[in-house]
Design a protein around this ligand. Structure first.
Ligand code: SF4
Length: 405
């Protein structure tokens, strides 16, 4: 089972890799919902016509009526002459009437600002929570994972560019309102809903409402984000979701400026805010050969985490595979990932992982006190959990995370 994902990045393997790993993991035989099938199915006039290889989403048929996706946006300011200033992400777009912001999913209509993507799901999939990756959050559970189209930055290495670098009208979607989404998660025995694949910040209103709906049905919510969001909306989001994974693309403004079209300082602010809010957070750093893989950058990153976030935030160094606009680069050498981990370890960080290298010992969680394995992983498979009430069974050291309901 897999969305049609390109290979490797941010914990997402290719479709065939995912199928093999799912099979090896003994996951339940859920039907596939890769994007092409999903879109094809979404175009059909009734749910009965959905292909057998698609998740039987209890969603309404595709909406020729676009209005059902449109709700008033949060976090904006009205300006003279019916202009809008968006205060959701650091770009602070100023938008004329009938225009959209940079992300292309929020539109000024008569001086009122609207999101065009509430409940507008273009991709859905059932994933292990380890695939997000969140390693200290209910290991071994599944996450019902959804996305809408578009993004608020433009990463040259984006693995999901087919949905992230387009406007919502350029991909077919289905209407999946919050209560139905939560019901789907329950139906597929998912402990959580994951907002992922594109950028949950730009479908903020849907995330908020779906998280609330999920909680009323006993389903948690996790956000997989680039962290490009302002502080006020982030704080309010923290009241509603249960964990956040932040993709920290590099530890240099140069990389953010040239490869992401954003600014590092805003993402660092997001991480500090998450820490202050006490929200469970893990960081993924995709190691891109020649662009963000120097010893100095790894060391500066680890020192910043140590001083601003503490030793216990998990840091995942993830393997890059050539994608999108960076196909000219090779995949990350294993040695570079191990070098990054050794540097972060030497700075004292407690939980440093290597990602996208199935079977590597650095996929597992080790007790920082007695060094025994407390969560043993192989790919997405949890082989053993040696935790009791969040403590190492051997030495009783507290292992930070969200382990039990
Ligand atoms: S969320 Fe979109 S419209 Fe708002 S500031 Fe960011 S890019 Fe601009």
């Amino acid at each position: 089972m897999a969305i049609e994902q390109p290979s490797g990045l941010d914990g997402h393997p290719s479709r065939s890799e995912a199928a093999q790993q799912d099979e090896a993991a003994g996951l339940p035989p859920l039907p596939s919902l890769h994007r092409r099938s999903f879109l094809k199915a979404a175009a059909l006039p009734c749910l009965a016509a959905w292909g057998a290889d698609c998740l039987p989403l209890n969603a309404s048929p595709p909406a020729e009526d676009e209005s059902r996706f449109i709700v008033e946006a949060k976090f904006y300011e009205k300006l003279p002459y019916k202009k809008i200033k968006c205060r959701l992400c650091p770009r602070e777009c100023i938008i004329d009437e009938r225009e959209r912001g940079y992300c292309g999913v929020r539109e000024n209509r008569g001086g009122t600002y609207y999101t065009l993507v509430h409940s507008r799901v273009c991709t859905a999939h059932v994933d292990p929570i380890e695939k997000k990756p969140l390693f200290h959050f209910h290991p071994g559970t599944m996450a019902f994972s959804v996305a809408t189209a578009a993004y608020n930055v433009n990463c040259k290495m984006c693995q999901n560019w087919e949905i992230s670098q387009v406007r919502p009208e350029q991909v077919r979607s289905v209407y999946l309102p919050p209560r139905d989404l939560a019901a789907q998660a329950q139906q597929f025995r998912c402990a959580s809903i994951a907002y992922t694949y594109s950028e949950p910040v730009i479908f903020y209103e849907y995330v908020s409402d779906a998280a609330d709906a999920g909680h009323t049905q006993g389903v948690k919510s996790v956000v997989v984000t680039g962290g490009y969001i302002q502080e006020d909306p982030l704080k309010k989001l923290c009241e509603r979701v249960d964990a956040v994974k932040v993709d920290l693309k590099a530890y240099s403004e140069k990389f953010y400026r040239e490869v992401v079209n954003g600014e590092l300082k805003h993402v660092l602010n997001t991480l500090v805010t998450l820490r202050k809010q006490g929200k469970w957070t893990e960081i993924v750093y995709l190691v891109v050969p020649t662009l963000n893989d120097s010893d100095k950058e790894f060391q500066d990153l680890a020192r910043w985490i140590r001083s601003e976030l503490g030793l216990d935030v998990p840091l995942h160094f993830s393997r890059f595979y050539p994608q999108y606009l960076l196909k000219n680069l090779p995949p990350t050498a294993l040695g570079a990932l191990e070098r990054a981990k050794a540097i972060a370890d030497s700075e004292g960080l407690h939980y440093v992982y290597i990602g996208n290298v199935p079977g590597h010992p650095a996929e597992s969680t080790y007790c920082p006190k007695c060094r025994r394995v407390v969560v043993e992983r192989e790919g997405y498979i949890i082989k053993s959990v040696q935790l009791q009430k969040g403590k190492c069974r051997n030495c009783q050291q507290v292992i930070p995370g969200v382990w039990e309901s």
